[in-house]
Design a protein around this ligand. Structure first.
Ligand code: ADP
Ligand code: MG
Length: 467
């Protein structure tokens, strides 16, 4: 096992216990550069990161290293260096092709990866990562529509659907599809000028252009391109000047029939503090959601990832993993990396037992953090775009009654609340109402795929994304 593979396995574990924002902030451009006789050296990009990791995550990193190497770590040191340089000069053997990918977790800004697959550069300076293609995307029921729409856009940019808006929970392939569009267009025309950027980066870029009196530069950069790919647009909510600037960027591109594609963790309507004129523009073209993969799709994804990594696992084991890890594809990949790392390190053949053992008592099998009823109400309200006071209120209109019933169902299933207290929680309703709601949703869950997907998405946001 190379240092890189070891570190990937550690990251896969840490990622499950740390919020995404924190994870990306603190673990980007880090890596193990030496490990000898119980002494590990971690490369970090700056003093700030070192101080933070030392203070907050030191023990967790050590524990994780010990768990994976199955050897005690007596000392963990930090060295400030550029990871690429450090890897070049360290005695870590280079990762063999076809083994673990380097840092597959930092997808929000793939161009900032320490190293990565070869990136396709273009004039704009912001690049898509060539590892994301349509070919290596496994289509399931939850992603059919988004996949087809993305392909249509790549086939006829600016014509098919403009804009294309893809939304859904974390780790479900939004960034992958977004970048696949870029890669597909570059394949057809290498001169095509493409900008892939997270909404956060767009906002930072905008602010610094104002500060430095470079507003014109900024405009040129974003408004004279063929394709604009914006990831996680919900980030600009509440940022008025960024929204204003984005509004003009959007209009300019749209008028010239230049394609815009956006992703978000929720539909336009449900993004709070987003200007109405932007909401309405986001709805001009096509809105497609991605939802959690079902069992068969999870198995198919695992098969594909195994083939990519040239790592053989028999189908019984794949099915076991697919039944343990249900929430999203990023976790599925993390689980697979962990299995690979563990078995390669110990040099043993994976069996159902060894794989199961890896996931019992681990964070992966208990992603459920404790959740409050208020959080549940908040998540459902945001997902359906129905204000809480309406959910608590009297209306029996379906679009309001349905989310209300879902809340009651989940309060029972997830929080194990009694029917009387559920009624109480939902604006003082009778316990029979709560019972009825539970029964109704339970039945729908069996018969209605959409409801099943909605509930999976809510749970996901509740346990992984939210809070
Ligand atoms: P999101 O942007 O929705 O949070 P990503 O696009 O970053 O999720 O996906 C997380 C990881 O899972 C990426 O490595 C991506 O390549 C992979 N992935 C997601 N969906 C699929 C899929 N349907 N087939 C293959 N890989 C997928
Ligand atoms: Mg993403």
């Amino acid at each position: 096992m190379t240092h890189d593979e070891l570190w990937q396995a550690v990251l896969a574990e840490l990622e499950l216990t740390i919020s995404k924002a924190n994870f990306i902030t603190w673990f980007k451009n880090t890596g193990v550069i030496a490990l000898e006789e119980g002494r590990a050296i971690l490369c970090v990009p700056n003093a700030f990161t070192r101080a933070w990791l030392e203070k907050k995550y030191h023990q967790q990193i050590i524990k994780s290293l010990e768990r994976i190497t199955e050897r005690p770590i007596r000392k963990l040191e930090y060295r400030i260096d550029n990871l690429k340089n450090a890897l070049k000069t360290s005695f870590s053997p280079p990762a063999a092709p076809g083994t673990l990918e380097r840092a597959p977790h930092f997808s929000p800004e793939p161009m900032a990866l320490p190293t990565g697959g070869p990136s396709t550069a273009n004039g704009s300076g912001f690049t898509v990562n060539s590892k994301y293609s349509f070919d290596n995307f496994v289509v399931g029921k939850g992603t059919e529509l988004a996949y087809a729409a993305a392909q249509a856009v790549a086939a006829r940019p600016g014509v098919a659907y403009n804009p294309l808006f893809i939304y859904g929970g974390v780790g479900l392939g939004k960034t992958h599809l977004l970048q696949a569009i870029g890669n597909e267009l570059l394949k057809k025309n290498a001169q095509c000028s493409i900008m892939y950027v997270s909404a956060e980066k767009f906002s930072n870029d905008f602010i610094s252009s104002i500060r430095e009196g470079q507003a014109k530069d900024f405009q040129n950069r974003y408004r004279h391109i063929d394709l604009l790919l914006i990831d996680d647009i919900q980030f600009i909510a509440g940022k008025d000047r960024t929204q204003e600037s984005f509004f003009h960027t959007f209009n300019e591109l749209h008028q010239q029939n230049k394609q815009v594609v956006l992703t978000s963790d929720r539909p336009p309507k449900a993004i709070p503090a987003l200007e109405d004129r932007l909401k309405s523009r986001f709805e001009w073209g096509m809105i497609a959601d991605v939802s959690a993969p079902d069992f068969e799709t999870r198995v198919a994804i695992l098969e594909k990832k195994c083939a990519e990594k040239a790592f053989a696992l028999d189908s019984k084991i794949l099915q076991t993993v697919a039944s343990i890890v249900q929430s999203n594809i990023r976790e599925l990949e993390g689980a697979l990396n962990r299995i690979m790392a563990f078995h390669q390190l110990k040099n043993i053949e994976p069996t159902i037992e060894t794989v199961k053992a890896l996931f019992t008592n681990s964070e992966a099998s208990s992603t459920k953090k404790s959740v409050t009823s208020q959080q549940l109400v908040d998540v459902v309200s945001a997902m359906f775009g129905i204000p809480i006071n309406e959910i608590m209120g009297k209306s029996r209109e379906k679009k309001i009654a349905f989310p209300r019933q879902i809340i009651m169902f989940l309060l029972r299933e997830e929080l194990k609340m009694s029917y009387p207290s559920i009624g109480e929680e939902l604006g003082g309703r009778d316990h029979t109402t709560a019972m009825h709601a539970h029964e109704k949703i339970a039945k729908e869950l069996d018969n209605n795929l959409k409801v099943k997907q909605d509930i999976e998405a809510i749970k996901q946001r509740l346990y992984i994304n939210a809070v």
